[in-house]
Each structure stands twice: as C-alpha cells, then as structure tokens.
Design a protein around this ligand. Structure first.
Ligand code: ATP
Ligand code: MG
Length: 230
C-alpha cells in the first residue's frame, strides 16, 4: 500500500443513474457511495453491462448522475458549470481508456506534453517533464516516434504517462489492458503501478482481469447498481 492519508481525494455520495430506452427505464446506478484516499488503488469489477463505465464517466465528470454528488479535491462537480467542471477535471484527474485516445499523427512526446500545454506550461518545461516520465517507463527512446508507429502496448504505456504527467490526484482507467495480450498487459500494469507509487496518485481501475484487480488495495464488485466488497 502507498502512503495514504485519511482525507479522501474523490468521494461520491448516493449516485443514481437511469437510462431511458423507449418506455424502458434502466437504473444502472442505485445510490452508489465511494471514498478514495490519497494514493489508494481500487479495482472495480463486474459483469458486462453492470454500469462500470457509466460510474467511471460520472466520477470523472464526463457524464452527470440523475442524483447524488461527486466531490473531487473537495469540490462538488455536480454543482459546477460545464466550463468549471472541465477545468477541475483537467487540473485534478487523469484518464486511461481501453482504446488509448491518443493522437496518431503526433509523436509520443507531443502526446504526453499535451495536457501540460493545455495548462499553459511553457513548451520547454513541458517537454522536460514529459521526457523524464517517459524515461522512467522505458519509452524515452521512442519519444520522436509517431503514435501510429508504436505497438499496442507502447501506445497504452504512452497513454498512462499522459494521464499521469500532470500530477492528477486520481487516475480513472477503464479496461486499460483490455485489448492487449497477457504479457504486454503485465508490462502495462507495471508501468501504471510504478507511476502511481512514485507520484502517490490514487487509481481507480475498471477491469475484467482479476490478476490485475488483485494487485490493488481494494476490490469492489458493481452488481445490481451497487458497489460491494469483493
Ligand atoms: N448512453 C446510454 N444510453 C442508454 N443506455 C446506456 C447508455 N450508456 C450505457 N447504457 C446502458 O447502461 C448499462 C451499463 O453500461 P456500461 O457501459 O456502464 O456497462 P459496463 O459495466 O462498462 O460494461 P462492459 O464491461 O461491457 O464495458 C448497459 O445496459 C448499457 O446498455
Ligand atoms: Mg465498460
């Protein structure tokens, strides 16, 4: 376990989410509660369609709940305007997706610098910071390569570096190794855990992979709209 302190960095209270499909109402989340401490690592598992991605999107301010609250760094995201919510999200959270969402025509270094440049960091400083982190995960020799020229595992490791480069308080990862073979997936988790430990960032990972889930501090199952201890 990393150094955690008791103050949670991300909290959700009584989250509910309902989707309408014609006349059908699907209550995907039913009063979900969760508190993540600094540096803590959580896995969320559950069957397909259980609502894991929906929960992660709401925690990350990418979607809104029907009711309930999400506090990130002490601020209630559900009460903020769209612009203020994006700012809070950019300042405090990192995202890793199953299919990486990087820019294929840009280099590894440019992709990793992007979140820092969005925060107005000067180019040289951003490049130095990005390069240092790429070096840490063994990707420095690829820094000039276009994303399109990398392997799936290298792209996913680049996505991890990009999610962590701006020192987020919490990283939200949705099936970060879902489309990788077992050995590459192993390498990708190692990268993720190494950075999470050295930067003391909290981590919430949605995964079907119990081997990865068991490396986390806690495992929750999302079932019938609720989180239960595994
Ligand atoms: N935008 C939407 N409109 C209507 N229904 C939706 C929408 N997004 C998700 N759903 C429904 O909500 C439920 C939960 O979806 P979600 O994507 O969160 O599941 P999941 O647990 O991430 O599944 P998987 O493991 O397959 O990724 C599903 O029944 C899905 O069809
Ligand atoms: Mg999903």
């Amino acid at each position: 376990m990393n150094n955690t302190d008791d103050k949670p960095v991300l909290v959700c209270q009584d989250l509910t989410k309902v989707f309408h499909d014609g006349d059908l109402y699907v209550e995907v989340l039913q009063r979900v509660n969760l508190a993540v401490k600094k540096g803590e690592r959580l896995a969320i598992v559950g069957s397909s369609g259980a609502g894991k991605s929906t929960l992660l999107h709401i925690l990350g301010g990418l979607d809104k709940p029907n009711s309930g609250h999400v506090y990130v760094a002490g601020q209630d995201m559900t009460k903020l305007s769209d612009a203020a919510r994006s700012r809070l999200r950019n300042r405090t959270l990192g995202f890793i997706y199953q299919f990486h969402h990087l820019l294929p025509e840009f280099t590894v270094l440019e992709n990793v610098c992007m979140p820092l440049l969005l925060r107005q960091m000067p180019l040289k400083e951003a490049e130095d910071k990005a390069f240092a982190l790429l070096e840490k995960v063994g990707l420095a020799k690829r820094y000039k390569h276009k994303l399109a020229e990398l392997s799936g595992g290298e792209r996913q490791r680049t996505a991890i570096v990009r999610a962590l480069v701006s020192d987020p308080v919490c990283v939200l990862a949705d099936e970060p190794t879902g489309n990788l073979d077992k050995r590459t997936a192993e390498r990708v988790y190692e990268t993720m855990l190494e950075l999470n430990q050295s930067l003391n960032t909290s981590l919430i990972i949605v995964t079907h992979d119990m081997h990865l889930a068991e490396k986390m501090d806690r495992i929750y199952v999302l079932e019938n709209g609720n989180l239960k201890n595994y």
